[in-house]
Ligand binder design. Structure first.
Ligand code: CS2
Ligand code: MN
Length: 356
């Protein structure tokens, strides 16, 4: 297991590479070219420059999160092949720079959805939260505006203002895309990119939908164990794998996290490990990583990863905002650094005790 930390690039992140380098055990970052528009081909020089910057700070690029998939591919538009070609070229450039893990998602219109970005907890920390009741009340067009004020001036991944300005058109685009069609489009995309992944040994790692059910009537397909197994079996290539995000997958209390990790043995390439606290099954908030702060048993989760031979990259995921930090919601330095340490502590204990 390799512990890493997500970093959005010096132009967008309040956290610096030098700070990340001082988190014990963290040697690599998960990053992206944040300014690229989904569908466009990444520029080789920009990938090289990013890599150089990270390496000059004494770190490495452990993976990309995300190379986003554009809507034409997701809806299966007549011109999708052109965008798939761009994606393949992007993967080629990443492979040539020795980057071997790429996270992406296949959610229509919205990336992860939260209804509050700064819910205050008893200890004064703030966290992102979700209530179904709030989603049911809101018009999707207003979703972005309602969250904007709480962003601390940062651009949230998947919620870029240019994209949100077109929410109406986006909904129109997806109106005939039911779950089966969306799944077929994902399979078509994966089959097309597998050869380049084989060539450069790139592990594609799909991120579960968050929350793990359909919102605003849009189809969602990466939501449960059956769907995940269907995906890895339909495109049965080790390079077609999963980003196992406990906080996203675990939003549905019907999902058994530990059991699913076992079922996906060998196909989890990237792990996002975080904890949730449920107030009711459809009202939850993002807790600290520590088991007792939320509802997940983090020891059992880490043990399942260990027992299934997980040897990919891991990162703490969304953290709380603590100690007065002002950062992108979910992506401050302090709480994620605490998470990285805690997860490594669990891993060390599991590893040593299993060898006794
Ligand atoms: C989120 C997502 O839960 C998460 O990790 O921050 O933005 C995630 O990075 C994307 O859905 C992956 O494409
Ligand atoms: Mn995640």
């Amino acid at each position: 297991m390799e512990m890493t930390f997500r970093w959005f690039g010096s132009k967008f992140d309040s956290v610096t590479l030098n700070q990340i380098r001082q988190i014990p055990g963290v040697k690599g970052v998960i990053t992206t070219l944040y300014e690229t528009v989904p569908g466009e081909e990444w520029k080789k020089e920009e990938i090289k420059a990013l890599k150089k910057e990270v390496e000059e700070a004494g770190l490495k690029i452990s993976g990309i999160e995300s190379v986003n998939v554009c809507d034409a591919i997701k809806v299966g538009a007549p011109d999708r092949d052109k965008y798939i070609e761009n994606y393949i070229r992007t993967l080629t450039y990443l492979g040539e720079e020795d980057i071997h893990t790429v996270c992406y998602n296949f959610m229509p219109v919205f990336d992860w959805t939260r209804t509050e970005l700064a819910r205050e907890r008893k200890d004064g920390s703030t966290v992102m939260a979700y209530t179904q009741a709030a989603v049911d009340k809101i018009n999707p067009d207003d979703m972005f505006n309602s969250l904007k004020e709480d962003c601390n001036g940062f651009v949230l991944p998947g919620w870029e203002p240019e994209r949100m300005a077109q929410v109406k058109e986006l909904f129109e685009l997806y109106k005939d895309v039911d779950a089966d069609k969306l799944f077929d489009n994902l399979v078509y995309f994966l089959n097309a990119i597998m050869p380049v992944c084989d060539k450069y040994d790139i592990n594609m790692a799909i991120h579960p939908d968050d929350p793990a059910w359909s919102v605003f009537g849009l189809s969602r397909i990466i939501t449960n164990k059956e769907q995940l197994l269907k995906l890895i079996n339909t495109v049965d290539n080790v390079h077609n794998g999963i980003t196992f995000c406990t906080g996203s997958y675990g939003t549905s209390l019907n999902n058994d996290i530990v059991d699913t990790i076992h079922a996906l043995k060998g196909r989890i390439h990237f792990a996002h490990v975080r904890n949730l606290k449920f107030i009711t099954p459809d009202n939850f908030e993002e807790a600290a990583h520590l088991s007792s702060d939320g509802d997940f048993d983090m020891y059992e989760i880490m043990k399942a990863l260990y027992d299934t031979g997980f040897d990919g990259i891991m990162r703490p995921d969304h953290g709380r905002m603590i100690w007065g930090e002002k950062a992108m919601p979910g992506y401050g330095l302090y709480d994620r650094a605490l998470g990285a340490m805690y997860l490594q502590g669990l891993w060390e204990a599991i590893e040593k005790s299993s060898k006794r």
